[in-house]
Design a protein around this ligand. Structure first.
Ligand code: IMP
Ligand code: MG
Length: 183
């Protein structure tokens, strides 16, 4: 695993996540925030981020899948967005009137984020922001953007720090490039 090309080290991640936490603290102006993490890729990012935010925070998780990507499908298909996103686990608390920050690992085509944004705005939160660790700007298909971005990266398939390839590599502490995987 160490032979996979290093893209972003654990130290770089920690530094950037601390900066993002500070920014969120400032922007939140002392109001409580509900962090909603997208399983499973954003689990580690959320757990690090919430410890860097000095506001009254609670968190919840949501899970989505793309149509046409059944378990055991060809590996490339396990991540490539098909354009149809389905909710597999909803949040467990009402978001009405809350300050919500959606926490996602990667903003890629934007299809997942567009779907989640529409879903989470439904119950009318007081405010809605998006924090992503990685942004693959060049691959965007829909005009959706994040409010907080850890790193902008080029079109390479990455794993580690929660992100997977066919459920593997999530526990790598650094973010690495998996060669030969394309959309
Ligand atoms: P989007 O709907 O195309 O924006 O897809 C975003 C989702 O695809 C992310 O939340 C990831 O789960 C997954 N994804 C996109 N690029 C990568 C990658 O390089 N490595 C691992 N997962 C990825
Ligand atoms: Mg994801």
């Amino acid at each position: 695993m160490e032979q996979l090309k290093l893209l972003i080290s654990r130290d770089q991640i920690a530094t950037r996540v601390a900066e993002m936490g500070k920014q969120i603290t400032t922007d939140s102006k002392g109001e409580p925030v509900v962090f909603v993490g997208v399983l499973k890729g954003a689990a580690m990012f959320l757990s690090d981020l919430v410890r860097r935010v000095e506001v009254n925070a609670s968190f919840d998780f949501i899970s989505v899948t793309s149509y046409g990507n059944p378990a055991g499908a060809k590996q490339e298909k396990t991540w490539a967005s098909t354009g149809e996103v389905r909710l597999t686990k909803d949040v467990e608390q009402s978001l009405r009137g809350k300050n919500v920050i959606l926490v996602e690992d990667i903003l890629d085509t934007g299809l997942t984020l567009a779907f989640l944004k529409r879903l989470l705005l439904g119950p009318q939160p007081k405010s809605f922001r998006v924090a992503v660790l990685l942004d693959k700007v060049a691959r965007r298909k829909l005009a959706v953007e994040a409010d907080y971005i850890g790193f902008t990266i080029t079109d390479e398939f990455v794993v580690g720090y929660g992100m997977d390839y066919a459920e593997q590599y999530r526990n790598l502490p650094d973010i690495r490039v998996l060669p030969g995987v394309s959309a």
